[in-house]
Design a protein around this ligand. Sequence first.
Ligand SMILES: *[C@@H]1O[C@H](CO)[C@@H](O)[C@H](O)[C@H]1NC(C)=O
Ligand SMILES: *[C@@H]1O[C@H](CO)[C@@H](O)[C@H](O)[C@H]1NC(C)=O
Ligand SMILES: *[C@@H]1O[C@H](CO)[C@@H](O)[C@H](O)[C@H]1NC(C)=O
Length: 338
Amino acid sequence: MKSLLLVLCHTVIVLLLLVMDVSGQNNTLLVHHCDPGTEAFVCSVASFVYNTGKQQHSKLIHTGDNRNVRLGFPDSKIPYVLRSRGDPTIPTYDAKLHEELNRPPAVIVEVIAPEPADSGSQYALRYLDLSRNSLSDMEKLHVLVNLETLILAYNFLETLENTVFRGMHNLTTLILSGNGFEELDLAIFPPSLVWLWVDGCYIRTLSLEGAHLPALEKLAAIDNNLHSLNVTMLQTVAPNLEEIFLSENVFNKKTIDALHVALDQAGIAHDGFETYGDLLRIHYPELHNDMSDIQEHLESWDAIISIMAVVLNLLCIFGWVGYRVWQTKRQRGQFNVA
Ligand SMILES: *[C@@H]1O[C@H](CO)[C@@H](O)[C@H](O)[C@H]1NC(C)=O
Ligand SMILES: *[C@@H]1O[C@H](CO)[C@@H](O)[C@H](O)[C@H]1NC(C)=O
Ligand SMILES: *[C@@H]1O[C@H](CO)[C@@H](O)[C@H](O)[C@H]1NC(C)=O
């Protein structure tokens, strides 16, 4: 009886929550103003709803002189109902949305996974930050030909379509950090590129064949799986390269020594990258010395935790069996009394 009541109670609470959730969705403010003070630099709006498939849309009232817009920021200000609904707040970035944001020259979209839609329009967009969304495909970005800065850090890009950047004649800064492509062909980038960030991307092969990057000054390829690099060819491809960052790759000692010499000769500054073992020794000297000690400790801890887990499991089983036996006995006792 008691448990039936509990179940009923729970059902009612869950239903109430569902009703509240649905009404919450309907009550979502559809007219947004920039977060106080942000209109001067970049109009920041956390809970913007845009989904062409649904009726509910947000409208932006922008009063500042600066028309740049940042959507979905800060994360903590996005209403819980919008975050937990499952579907992204903004599934596409298209001409209509651009219009509803008052045609901003710069847009930053965070944590709402938009897929740019090719609507054939000429976007005047010069700055686009799509960091930390869930993009696995960027083919549709090719329409944004006026971009000067494109930030796609921490998405799920595994391939870079070789036509995407072709029309972006004004692109100078490209940040692709924290994606997952194993091959990088520098020939796909436009000659206007000055800064290229491809750190933490699991890159194994960096292809220079056919690339032409006369404006490139900085190249960051830290934390990848590179084991070789042809500096002579790099210099041909990017004659104005000033600085390169190559730490945390898998070059062996011999390659590193050769690279240091070649880069110094080419007048390209670098981050003094070392082999991984050397890096550990430099940053954690005690750790390196005590590595075997730590391993032993870990192994003994492993054993202790395993034993404790087994004992806990046994205790639970015994406890449960004991409880059932006691319950049965008590019930029998009650029947006997009755
Ligand atoms: C939201 O409420 C309005 C009236 O306030 C109603 O017309 C509309 O149909 C509701 N929308 C949904 C999705 O329930
Ligand atoms: C690039 O910049 C130039 C000069 O700032 C401008 O005229 C041009 O329209 C821009 N866009 C493209 C795609 O070249
Ligand atoms: C580097 O590339 C050049 C061609 O640009 C080639 O002649 C040379 O042999 C290459 N070096 C290595 C070590 O592969």
